[in-house]
Design a protein around this ligand. Structure first.
Ligand SMILES: NC(=O)c1ccc[n+]([C@@H]2O[C@H](COP(=O)([O-])OP(=O)(O)OC[C@H]3O[C@@H](n4cnc5c(N)ncnc54)[C@H](O)[C@@H]3O)[C@@H](O)[C@H]2O)c1
Length: 354
Protein backbone atom coordinates (compact mmCIF):
# COMPACT_ATOMS: atom_id res chain seq x y z
CA UNK A 1 0.00 0.00 0.00
CA UNK A 2 1.54 3.30 -1.00
CA UNK A 3 0.41 6.78 -0.23
CA UNK A 4 -0.92 8.67 -3.21
CA UNK A 5 0.99 11.77 -4.21
CA UNK A 6 -2.19 13.85 -4.33
CA UNK A 7 -2.66 13.56 -0.59
CA UNK A 8 -2.11 16.54 1.61
CA UNK A 9 1.57 16.65 2.50
CA UNK A 10 1.18 17.14 6.27
CA UNK A 11 -1.82 15.66 8.00
CA UNK A 12 -3.05 17.88 10.78
CA UNK A 13 -4.06 15.02 12.99
CA UNK A 14 -2.90 11.47 13.53
CA UNK A 15 -4.19 8.97 11.04
CA UNK A 16 -6.30 5.87 11.33
CA UNK A 17 -4.86 2.40 11.21
CA UNK A 18 -4.66 0.79 7.84
CA UNK A 19 -2.76 -2.43 7.49
CA UNK A 20 -2.12 -4.80 4.66
CA UNK A 21 -1.36 -8.48 4.92
CA UNK A 22 0.25 -9.76 1.79
CA UNK A 23 0.10 -13.42 0.87
CA UNK A 24 3.21 -14.70 -0.76
CA UNK A 25 5.86 -13.43 -1.08
CA UNK A 26 6.50 -13.68 2.64
CA UNK A 27 8.01 -10.25 3.10
CA UNK A 28 7.79 -8.48 6.40
CA UNK A 29 4.33 -7.02 6.75
CA UNK A 30 4.01 -3.55 5.37
CA UNK A 31 2.03 -1.89 8.10
CA UNK A 32 0.85 1.55 7.64
CA UNK A 33 -0.04 3.77 9.90
CA UNK A 34 -2.21 5.58 11.51
CA UNK A 35 -3.95 5.83 14.39
CA UNK A 36 -6.62 7.86 15.38
CA UNK A 37 -8.13 5.85 18.19
CA UNK A 38 -11.78 5.19 17.56
CA UNK A 39 -12.74 6.49 20.99
CA UNK A 40 -11.50 9.97 20.09
CA UNK A 41 -13.42 10.13 16.88
CA UNK A 42 -16.49 12.31 16.89
CA UNK A 43 -17.52 11.74 13.27
CA UNK A 44 -18.22 8.32 11.75
CA UNK A 45 -15.57 7.00 9.36
CA UNK A 46 -16.58 5.50 6.04
CA UNK A 47 -14.19 3.59 3.81
CA UNK A 48 -14.92 3.76 0.09
CA UNK A 49 -13.15 1.28 -2.20
CA UNK A 50 -13.09 2.49 -5.78
CA UNK A 51 -13.63 6.02 -4.47
CA UNK A 52 -11.60 7.61 -7.27
CA UNK A 53 -13.97 6.26 -9.90
CA UNK A 54 -17.12 7.72 -11.41
CA UNK A 55 -19.74 6.62 -8.84
CA UNK A 56 -17.25 6.30 -5.97
CA UNK A 57 -16.16 9.94 -6.18
CA UNK A 58 -19.79 11.14 -6.12
CA UNK A 59 -20.37 8.90 -3.10
CA UNK A 60 -17.33 10.46 -1.36
CA UNK A 61 -18.85 13.90 -2.05
CA UNK A 62 -22.14 12.89 -0.42
CA UNK A 63 -20.50 11.24 2.59
CA UNK A 64 -18.39 14.33 3.26
CA UNK A 65 -21.48 16.54 2.86
CA UNK A 66 -23.34 14.30 5.33
CA UNK A 67 -20.63 14.71 7.98
CA UNK A 68 -18.58 11.53 7.56
CA UNK A 69 -14.83 11.22 7.53
CA UNK A 70 -13.94 9.37 4.35
CA UNK A 71 -11.06 7.01 3.68
CA UNK A 72 -10.82 6.26 -0.03
CA UNK A 73 -8.98 3.16 -1.32
CA UNK A 74 -8.24 2.88 -5.01
CA UNK A 75 -5.63 1.37 -7.34
CA UNK A 76 -6.40 3.95 -10.06
CA UNK A 77 -7.07 1.33 -12.72
CA UNK A 78 -10.00 3.35 -14.07
CA UNK A 79 -10.20 5.98 -11.34
CA UNK A 80 -8.65 9.40 -11.52
CA UNK A 81 -7.04 11.76 -9.03
CA UNK A 82 -8.87 14.57 -10.84
CA UNK A 83 -12.17 13.20 -9.48
CA UNK A 84 -10.89 13.85 -5.94
CA UNK A 85 -8.94 17.03 -6.57
CA UNK A 86 -11.53 19.13 -4.73
CA UNK A 87 -10.73 17.24 -1.48
CA UNK A 88 -7.13 18.44 -1.48
CA UNK A 89 -7.72 20.67 1.52
CA UNK A 90 -10.52 18.64 3.11
CA UNK A 91 -9.36 17.44 6.55
CA UNK A 92 -12.06 14.77 6.69
CA UNK A 93 -10.85 13.07 3.50
CA UNK A 94 -7.94 10.69 3.08
CA UNK A 95 -6.76 8.72 0.07
CA UNK A 96 -4.74 5.51 0.04
CA UNK A 97 -3.50 3.78 -3.10
CA UNK A 98 -4.30 0.13 -2.57
CA UNK A 99 -5.46 -2.87 -4.60
CA UNK A 100 -8.45 -4.59 -2.97
CA UNK A 101 -7.20 -7.96 -4.19
CA UNK A 102 -4.77 -7.56 -1.26
CA UNK A 103 -6.18 -7.62 2.28
CA UNK A 104 -6.54 -4.41 4.23
CA UNK A 105 -7.84 -3.37 7.57
CA UNK A 106 -9.28 -0.19 8.97
CA UNK A 107 -11.42 0.53 12.00
CA UNK A 108 -14.41 2.09 10.30
CA UNK A 109 -18.17 2.35 10.79
CA UNK A 110 -19.04 1.68 7.15
CA UNK A 111 -17.40 0.09 4.13
CA UNK A 112 -18.67 0.94 0.65
CA UNK A 113 -17.24 -1.63 -1.76
CA UNK A 114 -17.23 -0.15 -5.25
CA UNK A 115 -13.78 -1.15 -6.47
CA UNK A 116 -14.20 -2.93 -9.80
CA UNK A 117 -13.93 -1.83 -13.41
CA UNK A 118 -17.49 -1.43 -14.66
CA UNK A 119 -17.29 -1.05 -18.42
CA UNK A 120 -16.75 -4.04 -20.74
CA UNK A 121 -13.68 -2.42 -22.31
CA UNK A 122 -11.94 -2.33 -18.95
CA UNK A 123 -13.28 -5.44 -17.25
CA UNK A 124 -12.52 -7.60 -20.30
CA UNK A 125 -8.97 -6.24 -20.66
CA UNK A 126 -7.86 -8.50 -17.79
CA UNK A 127 -10.77 -10.82 -16.99
CA UNK A 128 -8.91 -12.85 -14.39
CA UNK A 129 -7.99 -9.71 -12.48
CA UNK A 130 -11.61 -8.52 -12.75
CA UNK A 131 -12.86 -11.76 -11.24
CA UNK A 132 -10.30 -11.56 -8.42
CA UNK A 133 -11.18 -7.93 -7.78
CA UNK A 134 -14.84 -8.78 -7.45
CA UNK A 135 -14.46 -11.86 -5.26
CA UNK A 136 -11.43 -10.92 -3.14
CA UNK A 137 -12.52 -7.29 -2.95
CA UNK A 138 -15.86 -8.41 -1.50
CA UNK A 139 -14.15 -10.83 0.88
CA UNK A 140 -11.76 -8.20 2.22
CA UNK A 141 -14.53 -5.64 2.65
CA UNK A 142 -16.61 -8.18 4.53
CA UNK A 143 -13.67 -9.10 6.77
CA UNK A 144 -13.44 -5.45 7.82
CA UNK A 145 -17.16 -5.59 8.55
CA UNK A 146 -16.79 -8.77 10.58
CA UNK A 147 -13.80 -7.53 12.58
CA UNK A 148 -15.11 -4.09 13.42
CA UNK A 149 -18.87 -4.49 13.23
CA UNK A 150 -18.98 -2.15 10.25
CA UNK A 151 -21.94 -1.95 7.89
CA UNK A 152 -20.78 -3.17 4.46
CA UNK A 153 -22.27 -1.99 1.18
CA UNK A 154 -21.78 -3.88 -2.06
CA UNK A 155 -22.10 -2.21 -5.46
CA UNK A 156 -23.65 -5.13 -7.28
CA UNK A 157 -25.12 -4.82 -10.72
CA UNK A 158 -28.02 -5.54 -13.03
CA UNK A 159 -25.51 -7.77 -14.86
CA UNK A 160 -26.30 -10.46 -12.28
CA UNK A 161 -29.54 -10.90 -14.29
CA UNK A 162 -27.50 -11.57 -17.47
CA UNK A 163 -29.63 -11.51 -20.63
CA UNK A 164 -32.89 -11.58 -18.68
CA UNK A 165 -35.93 -13.66 -19.56
CA UNK A 166 -38.01 -11.63 -17.10
CA UNK A 167 -38.89 -8.04 -17.88
CA UNK A 168 -38.68 -5.76 -15.97
CA UNK A 169 -36.28 -7.50 -13.60
CA UNK A 170 -37.30 -8.04 -9.98
CA UNK A 171 -34.85 -8.91 -7.21
CA UNK A 172 -36.41 -12.37 -6.91
CA UNK A 173 -35.31 -13.24 -10.48
CA UNK A 174 -32.22 -15.50 -10.43
CA UNK A 175 -30.93 -14.40 -13.80
CA UNK A 176 -29.83 -15.84 -17.12
CA UNK A 177 -26.06 -15.64 -17.23
CA UNK A 178 -23.60 -17.38 -19.53
CA UNK A 179 -20.95 -18.55 -17.02
CA UNK A 180 -18.24 -19.05 -19.65
CA UNK A 181 -18.80 -16.06 -21.91
CA UNK A 182 -16.64 -12.96 -22.19
CA UNK A 183 -18.85 -11.00 -19.76
CA UNK A 184 -18.76 -13.74 -17.13
CA UNK A 185 -15.65 -12.38 -15.35
CA UNK A 186 -17.80 -9.41 -14.33
CA UNK A 187 -21.28 -11.00 -14.12
CA UNK A 188 -20.20 -14.11 -12.27
CA UNK A 189 -17.70 -12.13 -10.19
CA UNK A 190 -20.54 -9.91 -8.98
CA UNK A 191 -22.81 -12.92 -8.40
CA UNK A 192 -20.06 -14.59 -6.35
CA UNK A 193 -19.60 -11.37 -4.38
CA UNK A 194 -23.33 -11.37 -3.55
CA UNK A 195 -22.98 -14.98 -2.37
CA UNK A 196 -20.21 -13.96 0.01
CA UNK A 197 -22.24 -11.03 1.32
CA UNK A 198 -25.23 -13.18 2.20
CA UNK A 199 -23.06 -15.94 3.69
CA UNK A 200 -21.32 -13.38 5.92
CA UNK A 201 -24.73 -12.06 6.99
CA UNK A 202 -25.93 -15.59 7.85
CA UNK A 203 -22.72 -16.86 9.41
CA UNK A 204 -21.22 -13.77 11.04
CA UNK A 205 -24.31 -11.54 11.35
CA UNK A 206 -22.49 -8.93 9.28
CA UNK A 207 -24.64 -5.87 8.59
CA UNK A 208 -24.78 -6.00 4.78
CA UNK A 209 -26.44 -3.75 2.20
CA UNK A 210 -26.48 -4.89 -1.44
CA UNK A 211 -27.63 -2.71 -4.33
CA UNK A 212 -28.08 -4.04 -7.86
CA UNK A 213 -27.15 -0.93 -9.79
CA UNK A 214 -28.53 -0.43 -13.29
CA UNK A 215 -26.90 1.72 -15.98
CA UNK A 216 -25.82 4.96 -14.32
CA UNK A 217 -24.37 8.01 -16.04
CA UNK A 218 -23.21 11.52 -15.23
CA UNK A 219 -20.16 13.76 -14.87
CA UNK A 220 -16.79 12.03 -14.23
CA UNK A 221 -17.49 9.06 -16.49
CA UNK A 222 -14.41 8.25 -18.53
CA UNK A 223 -14.71 9.53 -22.09
CA UNK A 224 -13.19 6.41 -23.65
CA UNK A 225 -14.58 3.42 -21.79
CA UNK A 226 -17.21 2.35 -24.31
CA UNK A 227 -20.28 3.06 -22.16
CA UNK A 228 -23.08 4.17 -24.40
CA UNK A 229 -23.94 7.54 -22.83
CA UNK A 230 -20.36 8.79 -22.67
CA UNK A 231 -19.63 7.30 -26.12
CA UNK A 232 -22.54 9.11 -27.75
CA UNK A 233 -21.82 12.43 -26.03
CA UNK A 234 -18.10 12.39 -26.83
CA UNK A 235 -18.75 11.40 -30.45
CA UNK A 236 -21.46 14.07 -30.78
CA UNK A 237 -19.28 16.84 -29.34
CA UNK A 238 -16.43 15.85 -31.67
CA UNK A 239 -18.87 15.59 -34.63
CA UNK A 240 -17.65 12.03 -35.15
CA UNK A 241 -19.89 9.19 -36.38
CA UNK A 242 -22.14 7.64 -33.71
CA UNK A 243 -21.43 3.96 -33.15
CA UNK A 244 -24.64 2.00 -32.67
CA UNK A 245 -24.31 -1.69 -31.92
CA UNK A 246 -26.91 -3.96 -33.48
CA UNK A 247 -29.86 -2.19 -35.13
CA UNK A 248 -30.31 0.23 -32.20
CA UNK A 249 -33.51 -1.43 -30.99
CA UNK A 250 -32.00 -2.91 -27.80
CA UNK A 251 -33.11 -1.02 -24.71
CA UNK A 252 -31.49 0.31 -21.56
CA UNK A 253 -32.65 2.44 -18.67
CA UNK A 254 -30.38 5.26 -17.54
CA UNK A 255 -30.12 6.56 -13.98
CA UNK A 256 -28.50 9.91 -13.24
CA UNK A 257 -25.70 9.56 -10.70
CA UNK A 258 -27.23 11.92 -8.08
CA UNK A 259 -30.35 9.75 -7.97
CA UNK A 260 -28.24 6.62 -7.51
CA UNK A 261 -26.29 8.22 -4.64
CA UNK A 262 -29.59 9.14 -2.94
CA UNK A 263 -30.58 5.46 -3.18
CA UNK A 264 -27.24 4.21 -1.82
CA UNK A 265 -27.44 6.59 1.15
CA UNK A 266 -31.00 5.49 1.97
CA UNK A 267 -30.08 1.83 1.61
CA UNK A 268 -27.10 2.22 3.96
CA UNK A 269 -28.95 4.31 6.54
CA UNK A 270 -30.16 2.73 9.77
CA UNK A 271 -33.59 2.41 8.15
CA UNK A 272 -32.17 0.52 5.15
CA UNK A 273 -32.41 -3.20 4.42
CA UNK A 274 -29.85 -5.89 3.46
CA UNK A 275 -31.25 -6.20 -0.05
CA UNK A 276 -30.54 -7.01 -2.74
CA UNK A 277 -32.33 -3.91 -3.97
CA UNK A 278 -32.54 -2.71 -7.57
CA UNK A 279 -31.41 0.90 -7.98
CA UNK A 280 -31.98 2.31 -11.43
CA UNK A 281 -34.29 4.40 -13.51
CA UNK A 282 -37.21 2.40 -14.90
CA UNK A 283 -37.71 4.67 -17.94
CA UNK A 284 -36.63 2.56 -20.89
CA UNK A 285 -35.12 3.86 -24.13
CA UNK A 286 -33.81 2.20 -27.28
CA UNK A 287 -30.27 3.04 -28.34
CA UNK A 288 -31.78 4.80 -31.33
CA UNK A 289 -33.87 7.04 -29.05
CA UNK A 290 -30.85 7.82 -26.89
CA UNK A 291 -28.86 8.76 -30.00
CA UNK A 292 -31.67 11.12 -31.11
CA UNK A 293 -31.71 12.86 -27.71
CA UNK A 294 -27.93 13.32 -27.60
CA UNK A 295 -27.89 14.68 -31.14
CA UNK A 296 -30.69 17.15 -30.33
CA UNK A 297 -29.17 18.32 -27.03
CA UNK A 298 -25.65 18.79 -28.42
CA UNK A 299 -26.74 20.21 -31.79
CA UNK A 300 -24.28 17.79 -33.38
CA UNK A 301 -24.18 16.82 -37.05
CA UNK A 302 -22.79 13.32 -36.39
CA UNK A 303 -24.27 10.49 -38.41
CA UNK A 304 -24.81 6.88 -37.29
CA UNK A 305 -22.68 3.85 -38.10
CA UNK A 306 -23.97 0.41 -37.19
CA UNK A 307 -21.72 -2.37 -35.87
CA UNK A 308 -22.41 -5.98 -34.84
CA UNK A 309 -23.75 -6.52 -31.31
CA UNK A 310 -21.04 -7.70 -28.90
CA UNK A 311 -21.34 -11.26 -27.62
CA UNK A 312 -23.87 -11.81 -24.79
CA UNK A 313 -25.05 -8.18 -24.97
CA UNK A 314 -28.47 -8.12 -23.26
CA UNK A 315 -31.33 -7.00 -25.50
CA UNK A 316 -33.53 -5.52 -22.76
CA UNK A 317 -32.79 -4.15 -19.33
CA UNK A 318 -35.17 -2.31 -17.02
CA UNK A 319 -35.36 -2.42 -13.24
CA UNK A 320 -38.48 -3.11 -11.26
CA UNK A 321 -37.92 -0.63 -8.43
CA UNK A 322 -41.01 -1.44 -6.34
CA UNK A 323 -38.84 -2.74 -3.50
CA UNK A 324 -36.75 0.45 -3.32
CA UNK A 325 -39.92 2.55 -3.50
CA UNK A 326 -41.67 0.62 -0.73
CA UNK A 327 -38.77 -0.01 1.66
CA UNK A 328 -36.60 3.05 1.09
CA UNK A 329 -39.09 5.58 -0.27
CA UNK A 330 -36.68 6.02 -3.20
CA UNK A 331 -37.43 6.87 -6.82
CA UNK A 332 -35.18 8.60 -9.33
CA UNK A 333 -36.03 12.27 -9.93
CA UNK A 334 -33.75 13.48 -12.70
CA UNK A 335 -35.16 13.16 -16.23
CA UNK A 336 -32.99 11.80 -19.04
CA UNK A 337 -32.92 15.24 -20.75
CA UNK A 338 -31.83 17.01 -17.56
CA UNK A 339 -29.20 14.39 -16.74
CA UNK A 340 -27.87 14.40 -20.31
CA UNK A 341 -27.60 18.20 -20.27
CA UNK A 342 -25.54 18.12 -17.06
CA UNK A 343 -23.34 15.33 -18.46
CA UNK A 344 -22.88 17.10 -21.79
CA UNK A 345 -21.82 20.22 -19.85
CA UNK A 346 -19.19 18.16 -18.02
CA UNK A 347 -17.80 16.58 -21.20
CA UNK A 348 -17.74 19.96 -22.94
CA UNK A 349 -15.53 21.35 -20.17
CA UNK A 350 -13.28 18.26 -20.08
CA UNK A 351 -12.87 18.14 -23.84
CA UNK A 352 -12.12 21.83 -24.11
CA UNK A 353 -9.34 21.42 -21.53
CA UNK A 354 -7.87 18.36 -23.28
N1 LIG B 1 -21.73 2.81 -13.67
C1 LIG B 1 -22.67 1.90 -13.75
O1 LIG B 1 -23.57 2.02 -14.58
C2 LIG B 1 -22.67 0.70 -12.83
C3 LIG B 1 -23.71 -0.22 -12.96
C4 LIG B 1 -23.73 -1.32 -12.12
C5 LIG B 1 -22.75 -1.49 -11.15
N2 LIG B 1 -21.75 -0.59 -11.05
C6 LIG B 1 -20.72 -0.84 -10.04
O2 LIG B 1 -20.41 0.34 -9.33
C7 LIG B 1 -19.02 0.36 -9.02
C8 LIG B 1 -18.40 1.65 -9.52
O3 LIG B 1 -18.58 1.72 -10.94
P1 LIG B 1 -18.14 2.99 -11.78
O4 LIG B 1 -19.09 3.13 -12.89
O5 LIG B 1 -17.89 4.14 -10.88
O6 LIG B 1 -16.78 2.45 -12.38
P2 LIG B 1 -15.32 3.12 -12.39
O7 LIG B 1 -14.51 2.26 -13.28
O8 LIG B 1 -15.41 4.56 -12.70
O9 LIG B 1 -14.88 2.96 -10.88
C9 LIG B 1 -14.28 1.81 -10.38
C10 LIG B 1 -13.17 2.25 -9.43
O10 LIG B 1 -12.60 1.07 -8.84
C11 LIG B 1 -11.17 1.18 -8.92
N3 LIG B 1 -10.64 -0.19 -8.96
C12 LIG B 1 -10.79 -1.12 -9.93
N4 LIG B 1 -10.16 -2.27 -9.58
C13 LIG B 1 -9.61 -2.04 -8.35
C14 LIG B 1 -8.83 -2.82 -7.47
N5 LIG B 1 -8.47 -4.08 -7.77
N6 LIG B 1 -8.43 -2.26 -6.30
C15 LIG B 1 -8.76 -0.98 -5.99
N7 LIG B 1 -9.49 -0.19 -6.79
C16 LIG B 1 -9.91 -0.72 -7.96
C17 LIG B 1 -10.92 1.95 -10.20
O11 LIG B 1 -9.65 2.53 -10.27
C18 LIG B 1 -12.05 2.98 -10.14
O12 LIG B 1 -11.66 4.11 -9.40
C19 LIG B 1 -18.40 -0.89 -9.64
O13 LIG B 1 -18.28 -1.88 -8.65
C20 LIG B 1 -19.42 -1.31 -10.68
O14 LIG B 1 -19.41 -2.69 -10.90
C21 LIG B 1 -21.69 0.50 -11.87
Amino acid sequence: MTRNPTRRPKPRHPRRVVQTRRTPPAKPQRKTHVMRPAKHRTTPLALVTGGAGFIGSHLCDRLIADGFEVLCLDNFYTGSAANLQHFKHEPRFDLITHDVVEPYDARVARVYNLACPASPVHYQADPIKTYKTSILGALHALEVGRRHGARVFQASTSEVYGDPEQHPQQESYWGHVNPIGIRACYDEGKRGAETLFFDYARRHKTDIRVARIFNTYGPRMLPNDGRVVSNFIVQALADEPFTIYGDGSQTRSFCYVDDLIDGIMLLTSDAGIPGPVNLGNPSEFTMGELADKVLALTGSHSHRVFKALPSDDPTRRRPDISLAQQKLGWSPKVSLEEGLLRTIGYFRSVMSIA
